[in-house]
Design a protein around this ligand. Structure first.
Ligand SMILES: Nc1ncnc2c1ncn2[C@@H]1O[C@H](COP(=O)(O)OP(=O)(O)O)[C@@H](O)[C@H]1O
Ligand SMILES: [Mg+2]
Length: 207
């Protein structure tokens, strides 16, 4: 959102398992007129669902840029060291984003694996804090918004809420200015999003 402004431009998807977060994320990446999309795909789900061949080496990552989709399998270069892989991919994506104009999107699904409310890899914090200057938007999803680091929530423009009935998650939604009464009654597949800058509210469904 807001392409060349210095407003924060990150999107946080929140909801219980199976509520539609990943489906929304893939559609968002497919529909966005982006210069390139980057996906950290440790479980191979993104590659499978998007039917895009994952890449594993630096050269494959570089070559994939032309296709505008870099779906990164961390297990080729970083066997048994997925955390290191995550840090490397955040840094690489950030550096690559400096090369040219246009929107870049980095999807980190199930982000609870890589950060929590107390600690966040410096490379991910860099994307959150400085990515907007390079037109790089972080899109992340979790069932546990109460464990999202403040360096992410503090830079989130868009909060997209799916059904959740977890009390701690709903408390976090409230803290992020979401309407808990609506969010806890959403059917699976339905969402309500809140824009922090415009205070705009949107609703829709992915299934
Ligand atoms: N590999 C898949 N291909 C097609 N549809 C899927 C696949 N995985 C899940 N779905 C459908 O999408 C629904 C929501 O899943 P998903 O968007 O992955 O939710 P979440 O990411 O919130 O856990 C599932 O209930 C299922 O119907
Ligand atoms: Mg998912």
């Amino acid at each position: 959102m807001g392409d060349h402004t210095l407003e924060p431009a990150n999107t946080l998807l929140v909801g219980m398992t199976g509520s539609g977060k990943s489906t929304f994320a893939y559609r968002y990446l497919l529909n966005a007129p982006a210069a390139c999309r980057f996906i950290f795909d440790d479980l191979g789900r993104a590659a499978t669902r998007l039917k895009v061949r994952p890449v594993g080496t630096v050269k494959q990552c570089e070559d994939a840029l032309a296709s505008r989709w870099v779906i990164f399998n961390p297990h080729v270069m970083f066997p048994g060291a997925t955390r290191d892989a995550f840090r490397w991919f955040c840094k690489w994506t950030y550096e690559v984003s400096k090369r040219g104009p246009g929107k870049k999107l980095l999807l980190v699904d199930e982000i609870w694996q890589w950060q929590n409310n107390l600690a966040i890899p410096q490379e991910l914090a860099l994307v959150c804090q400085t990515g907007r200057e390079e037109n790089l938007e972080l899109v992340c999803a979790t069932q546990m918004p109460h464990k999202i680091n403040s360096s992410i929530t503090g830079q989130s423009t868009e909060l997209v809420c799916f059904r959740t009935d977890e009390r701690l998650a709903l408390d976090a939604v409230r803290d992020l200015r979401g309407d808990v009464a609506k969010v806890e009654n959403l059917p699976m597949g339905h969402w309500i999003s809140y824009n922090r800058i415009t205070r705009g509210e949107l609703a829709g469904r992915v299934f």
